[in-house]
Design a protein around this ligand. Structure first.
Ligand SMILES: Cc1cc2nc3c(=O)[nH]c(=O)nc-3n(C[C@H](O)[C@H](O)[C@H](O)COP(=O)(O)O)c2cc1C
Length: 351
C-alpha cells in the first residue's frame, strides 16, 4: 500500500520519523489539553474563566450552583439577603454543587460585620467584594482561607485594591447592569488601563454576554469575565418572569444611567424612572431622591415583577439577549463562541 501522504507532502512511513506537520499537530493537541487553565481558573479552581456576577434579587444558590456545576464560578449575591437568608443560601449551594462557588458582598451593606462572620464561619471558598473599600476586610477574609476579588470601575481603584492585598481584580465598565462607576468608563477603555495599573489576575465585566466579547476582552489583557445581565436572564435566576421577559424585548439604547446623585444605576425607563428624572431635573437633593427610592424598589421591580413602579436594573447588553436559557447552556455557548472566535481571528493576519 502506498504510504500515507500527509498534508504537508511528507510521507511518514518512509522515514519512520514524525514530520514537522505531525509534530506541530501533536503540540497543538497537547496545548489544547493542558493549557485550558489560566491564572483565573487556577486561582478559583474552576474549568472556565466565566464568573457569574453577584446580582441583587437574581443570584441565589440555584443560579450560583448551576454556573459552578457548568464549570464557571457562581456567586451568591448577598446584597439582597438578610444574614440568615445568606447562610441558608450558602448551605443549599454547597449541597447542590461539589465545585467552588462564592459570595458577592457589596461593602455598603448595613449588617456587614454579620455577613463577614457568616462567610468566614461557613468557609465559603471565594468572596467578591464591591461598592466600597476592601482594605478593612481583605486580610481578615484571606486568613480564614478565602480567596478575595474586588470590583472596581477605574484604574485608581484597582491600584488601591491591589494595595489592600486582594487576589484578583474585577474591572467593570459603564455598560454593566446594576450600580455603575461615576467615571462612566466603558469596558473597552477600562480593561487595558487596569491591565497596565496592576499585575493581578484581571476579570473584565460590563457588556460581556458572548464568547466573542470574552475573546475581545482577553485580547485587551483580561483573564476572566464576570457576566451579570446574561445570567440574570436565565432559567435559574430568581428574578421574576415578568422582569426577564421585559428585558429580552429591550432594544439598543433602552437602558439609562439614573440616580447619579445617590448611586449611579442603569435602569429601564418606566414610571419610577420618569419620577426620578423629574426630580433630578428639578434639582432634587440626594435625600429627596432617597425618599422616592424608599426601601425595596429593586425587589419590587426585579423580584416581584412590578414593571411600572419598580427599579428595573439591567445592563446595556440585554438588547442582544432574546431567549431565557438554562445557565449551563449559557456557559457552554460562551465557551464554544470563544473558541470559534479565536479560530476565526487566527486566520486574519495582515503581513
Ligand atoms: C440586576 C443586577 C443586579 C446587580 N447587583 C449587583 C450586586 O448586588 N453587587 C455587585 O457587585 N454587582 C451587581 N451587579 C453587577 C454584576 O455583578 C456584574 O458585574 C455586571 O452585571 C456585569 O455587567 P453586565 O450586566 O453587562 O454583564 C448587578 C447587575 C445586575 C444586572
Amino acid at each position: 500500500m502506498a504510504p500515507a501522504v500527509l498534508k504537508n507532502g511528507s510521507r511518514e512511513e518512509e522515514t519512520g520519523k514524525k514530520s514537522s506537520f505531525q509534530r506541530e499537530t501533536a503540540i497543538f493537541a497537547y496545548k489544547k489539553r493542558v493549557m485550558v487553565q489560566n491564572r483565573v481558573c487556577s486561582l478559583f479552581g474552576i474549568r472556565y474563566p466565566v464568573i457569574q456576577g453577584g446580582m441583587v434579587w437574581c443570584s441565589g444558590w440555584r443560579l450560583a450552583a448551576a454556573v459552578s456545576n457548568a464549570g464557571g464560578l457562581g456567586l451568591i449575591g448577598a446584597g439582597s439577603m438578610h444574614p440568615d437568608t445568606l447562610r441558608e443560601h450558602i448551605v443549599k449551594c454547597r449541597a447542590a454543587t461539589q465545585k467552588p462557588f462564592g459570595v458577592n458582598i457589596p461593602l455598603m451593606y448595613p449588617q456587614i460585620e454579620e455577613i463577614m462572620q457568616i462567610v468566614t464561619a461557613e468557609k465559603v471558598p471565594v468572596v467578591f467584594t464591591s461598592a466600597g473599600n476592601p482594605k478593612p476586610w481583605t486580610s481578615r477574609l484571606q486568613s480564614a482561607g478565602i480567596t478575595v476579588a474586588h470590583v472596581v470601575s477605574g484604574s485608581r481603584f484597582a491600584r488601591k485594591a491591589a494595595e489592600a492585598g486582594v487576589d484578583a481584580i474585577v474591572a467593570e465598565g459603564f455598560e454593566a447592569g446594576g450600580h455603575n462607576g461615576r467615571e462612566e468608563t466603558t469596558t473597552l477603555t477600562l480593561i487595558p488601563q487596569v491591565r497596565a495599573a496592576t499585575e493581578l489576575p484581571l476579570i473584565a465585566a460590563g457588556g460581556i454576554a458572548t464568547g466573542g466579547a470574552m475573546a475581545a476582552v482577553f485580547a485587551l489583557g483580561a483573564e476572566g469575565v464576570q457576566v451579570g445581565t446574561r445570567f440574570a436572564l436565565t432559567a435559574e435566576s430568581s428574578a421574576s418572569e415578568a422582569f426577564k421577559q421585559r428585558c429580552i424585548t429591550l432594544n439598543e439604547g433602552e437602558t439609562f444611567l439614573s440616580l447619579k446623585k445617590v448611586s449611579p444605576t442603569r435602569l429601564i425607563k418606566n414610571d419610577f424612572f420618569l419620577k426620578v428624572q423629574e426630580l433630578e431635573e428639578r434639582g432634587a437633593t440626594a435625600d429627596e431622591l432617597r425618599e422616592l427610592l424608599g426601601r425595596g424598589r429593586a425587589k419590587k421591580g426585579i423580584f416581584e415583577g412590578d414593571l411600572t413602579e419598580g427599579e428595573l436594573e439591567i445592563g446595556q447588553i440585554a438588547s442582544h439577549i432574546r431567549k431565557i436559557l438554562p445557565a449551563d447552556e449559557v456557559v457552554r455557548q460562551m465557551m464554544e463562541e470563544y473558541h470559534d472566535t479565536l479560530q476565526r481571528l487566527s486566520g486574519q493576519s495582515f503581513a
